[in-house]
Structures are given as structure tokens and as C-alpha cells.
Design a protein around this ligand. Structure first.
Ligand code: DLL
Length: 467
């Protein structure tokens, strides 16, 4: 494809040919011994050039949603904004926010900005009310996602010489397939393990000489314990882990590094924006570098919705700058963090976000699965014999999360035979599992035993210690 044609297609930055994306000026530069930067042109871009690129891309994405998504067009009209009002990245604050509710209101494909024939894949995650949040990708979106994961894996020191086990769940969750495509794009040898069979995973880790793993940090601790228990720690060749999908601490990262004698990196992402690879930390572990040429970050106060100063904690908001399938404008992630624009010692110029300090909503992440208490409530309300009084007790046993749901039973049911109560308990467990996709232990309790609250009802006791 010649340069004029690329420019006509708006491909000045990324060239898409035959379904693959290549950065025109991609150079890989060796730093810090074996470390390399996957795409120096974009990851070390000057802040001025970056702003220019983000401006161009914002104008384009605003036009795309305005002309292709009725919901966005109406939203913009409501606040009196037209695409012409957005001339550069500095105009972004004129645009309205997007939330998970907007995705729910337009379920399943209402916010897609590409025709269905151009959507090559969908993923889904939990919604607040039982309805899934559905996301769609064009072929180019998948390529850019793979590019972002390649950048992240490279930050973690992973190269095409590595053998990597992907032990995030495959399926509707973005973790498995997202990391998989990215690792293949990088050229590493991929072992698509998914989750669920730790013994097989550790056996293959030893037999194949696996050097890298991608999984949740809590699962990696569980894997470490299994290896320790079997006396196998010294029989593995693991060097690097790339962990995310759930909150974890710097102490937990050190614990993983010490137990397994490896380097552990933090990878962040969310399905609405893309999946894993939105941000990742480099060898200096001083915050996660955002792939800012694709995702524009803002940090706002969750109360006033006004921007907070750099360095202050607030809610992370993203605008996707290059997505075609599901571009989102000022999407409120609900994740709480702070941002710095200082140049990192690794040479990258991209903004870094600090480790997450929590969320501004009630979403829990259990075994990497997003769970809202309202999903449990909705499931219980569908059933006979239960009341909407329940308590979720989350714990961590052998580094694996457990969930017990205590449910109050109606007076009439509680006097029933034990066998009937057992049946009811099984039925509740099944219904909840269907709703949230996780196995739970159900404990039936007598009517009026779950403490009533004067204020906000307490539905969750989280006994997990993140250290
Ligand atoms: O968890 C995508 C992902 C997969 C990220 C694999 C990293 C690795 P969702 O299921 O949509 O997507 O959940 C997104 O998980 O809003 C955060 O609250 C949380 N989260 C993800 N990564 C991290 C992390 C995937 N590194 C939600 N640290 C996000 C803390 C994280 N929380």
C-alpha cells in the first residue's frame, strides 16, 4: 500500500495490511541488558507529538460515534455538542461521560460503531444487573489489542524466545484470548492453558521449560504453593509473570517474586476499553504505562466529576482513540488511581498510573470474575422460598478466593424437612452460579438473622487480605 493511500485511509500511524497491523517505524531497541521497547516510536514519543496525534484521533473517533451510534448522537445533542466543536484533545471535557449503564441501556450491540459484518469477535463481562456488558472488535481492533499486549509483554522482558503459559480464562472473559493473541503477535511460543487444572499446568511448566506465565496474581500464588508442595520449585525455568485482572499489592508482587525467583509485572485492562494491555509496568515498577496513543486517560473526582490534579487519587476515565467496533468516549472505569506524566527511567514518555487503591462502586473481583452484589440479589428475587436478605462472605483459602452466600429463608420454608432445605440450597447455588459464573457455597439461615442496617445494607464481608 503506498503512502498516499495510507494517509487517505487515516493510517498515518499504523499500517494495516492483510489483517495485520505493523507500525511503520517500529524499532526495537535493547535497553537494560535484555529489555527492549516494542514500539519506540509510540512509547517514547514526545509529549507534544503525542498531543497532536491524540487530537487527530479524538476528532476522528467523535465523528465516528456521532455518525454511527444513535445513542451517542442523542447524548451529544442533549449537551449541545456537535463533532465540529471538538477540534483537539483539549476539547475533550466538553464531551459527556459514558458509564456501564449506557452499555446496559443499549444491550447488546447498541453502542457498536461498525456494521455487524465488520465485527469479528465479541467478549462480555458482568453488568450491574445481571445483563452482560458486551464488547465488539473489528479485525483492526484485534490487531491493535495484540500490539498493546506485545508492548506490555516486552515491558516485562518477555521476547519471542519465551515459552508462555496463558492461564487466564479463555472464553467471554478478555484475559485468555487477549493475552494469547498478543503473545503470538510478539512471536513467543504460546501454551493456551486457561484456568482450572493446576496439576496439568505445573507438569507442563516443568516438561516444556515454560519461561513466562500470564494469570491472576492470586492464582500464581496458588501455583507457587502447588510447586512448593510437590518439591518442584527448582525444577522450573520460569523467569517472568504478567499478572492482573484483580487488585493486588506491591507486597504480594514481592512475595510472588521471592517464592518463584522470578520477575512479576502488573498488567491492567478492562473489557469495555479493550481487555488486558491498556497499561503495564516496566522493569522500574513505578506505575503502569498507559498505551496513550490508543487510550486517553483522565482522572476525575468521583463526587464532583471534575478533573483532579496530577498525583491526586481519583477515578480513571478513558476515551478510546482508535477503536472501531466499540469506541467509548470518557468511559468511567470506577477504578481509583493517580497519574504522573513524568518521563520514566526506562525511557518511555507515556503517562503512568499508580497501583489501584480500590473502586468507586461495589464491584468485587472474585477469582478474576467481576461480581456485583446486585446480581446475587436479582437471582434470589427470582426464586421461591428466599428473602432478599443475604450476606456474601469472600475469603481466600490457599490463595484461591472463596464465596459463601448466606441466604435467609422464608418462615414457611424453614420449618420444612431437611431434605427440602438441602434441595433449596442446591437450587440457590445453581441459580447464583448461572448468574455470576462462579461456584458458590450457600448457607441457609433462619429468618431475620442477617443483621438489618439503619443505613446502607451491608451485603459483603471481604476477609481477603491482599498481602
Ligand atoms: O480483567 C481484563 C484483564 C485481563 C486485565 C487480564 C488484566 C489481565 P474485566 O473483566 O472487564 O477485564 O475487569 C476489569 O478488573 O476495571 C479493574 O477493576 C480490575 N483490574 C484489571 N486489571 C487490574 C490490575 C479484565 N492490574 C476490572 N490491578 C478493572 C487491579 C485490575 N485491578
Amino acid at each position: 500500500m503506498d503512502r498516499t493511500r495510507q494517509l487517505a485511509l487515516g493510517m498515518q500511524d499504523t499500517e494495516v495490511q492483510a489483517g495485520r497491523t505493523f507500525d511503520i517505524k517500529t524499532k526495537r531497541k535493547r535497553r537494560q541488558g535484555t529489555k527492549v521497547i516494542w514500539n519506540e516510536t509510540k512509547e517514547c514519543i514526545s509529549r507534544d507529538e503525542l498531543a497532536e496525534l491524540q487530537s487527530k484521533r479524538l476528532v476522528k473517533v467523535v465523528n465516528r460515534v456521532y455518525h454511527n451510534v444513535e445513542y451517542y448522537r442523542k447524548k451529544m445533542q442533549e449537551v449541545g455538542i456537535e463533532p465540529g466543536d471538538i477540534r483537539g484533545i483539549e476539547d475533550i471535557t466538553k464531551l459527556p461521560y459514558t458509564t456501564k449503564n449506557d452499555l446496559r441501556d443499549t444491550y447488546p450491540f447498541g453502542l457498536f460503531a461498525a456494521p455487524q459484518s465488520d465485527i469479528v469477535r465479541v467478549h462480555a463481562s458482568s453488568g450491574t444487573t445481571g445483563k452482560a456488558t458486551v464488547v465488539g472488535y473489528t479485525r483492526r481492533d484485534i490487531d491493535i489489542w495484540s500490539e498493546c499486549v506485545s508492548r506490555s509483554l516486552t515491558m516485562a522482558g518477555i521476547t519471542r524466545g519465551d515459552i508462555i503459559q496463558i492461564a487466564y480464562g479463555y472464553g467471554l472473559f478478555t484475559g485468555g484470548l487477549g493475552a494469547h493473541y498478543g503473545a503470538e503477535y510478539l512471536g513467543a511460543t504460546v501454551v493456551p492453558m486457561s484456568t482450572g487444572n493446576t496439576k496439568k499446568l505445573t507438569t507442563m511448566m516443568k516438561d516444556f521449560g515454560v519461561t513466562a506465565i500470564a494469570c491472576t496474581p492470586s492464582y500464581l500464588l496458588h501455583i507457587a504453593e502447588t510447586l512448593e508442595h510437590d518439591g518442584d520449585i527448582d525444577k522450573i525455568k520460569l523467569k517472568t509473570a504478567i499478572c492482573g485482572a484483580e487488585p493486588w499489592t506491591e507486597q504480594m508482587r514481592h512475595q510472588i517474586e521471592e517464592k518463584l525467583h522470578i520477575h512479576a509485572h502488573d498488567i491492567y485492562g478492562l473489557s469495555e476499553i479493550m481487555g488486558p494491555g491498556v497499561a503495564c509496568d516496566c522493569e522500574y515498577h513505578k506505575g503502569l504505562h498507559i498505551q496513550e496513543d490508543h487510550f486517553f486517560p483522565e482522572i476525575i473526582s468521583a463526587e464532583t466529576l471534575e478533573p483532579v490534579a496530577a498525583g491526586e487519587t481519583g477515578e480513571l476515565v478513558f476515551t478510546t482513540l482508535t477503536k472501531e467496533g466499540l469506541p467509548l468516549i470518557r468511559y468511567r472505569t470506577k477504578d481509583l488511581t493517580s497519574i504522573t506524566y513524568d518521563r520514566c527511567e526506562c525511557g518511555r514518555t507515556t503517562a503512568r498510573i499508580s497501583r489501584f487503591v480500590g473502586r468507586s462502586d461495589d464491584m468485587l473481583i472474585i477469582r478474576g470474575v467481576n461480581v456485583f452484589p446486585s446480581q446475587i440479589e436479582a437471582a434470589l428475587l427470582e426464586m421461591n422460598g428466599t428473602t432478599p436478605h443475604y450476606l456474601m462472605i469472600v475469603d481466600r483459602v490457599n490463595n484461591l478466593d472463596t464465596l459463601e452466600v448466606q441466604v435467609e429463608v422464608e418462615e414457611a420454608f424453614f420449618s420444612d424437612q431437611i431434605r427440602e432445605l438441602e434441595n433449596l440450597s442446591k437450587k440457590i447455588a445453581h441459580t447464583i452460579q448461572q448468574a455470576i459464573g462462579l461456584a458458590v457455597k450457600v448457607k441457609l439461615v433462619e429468618p431475620k438473622t442477617i443483621e438489618r442496617s439503619m443505613g446502607k445494607a451491608v451485603h459483603v464481608i471481604d476477609n481477603r487480605k491482599l498481602v
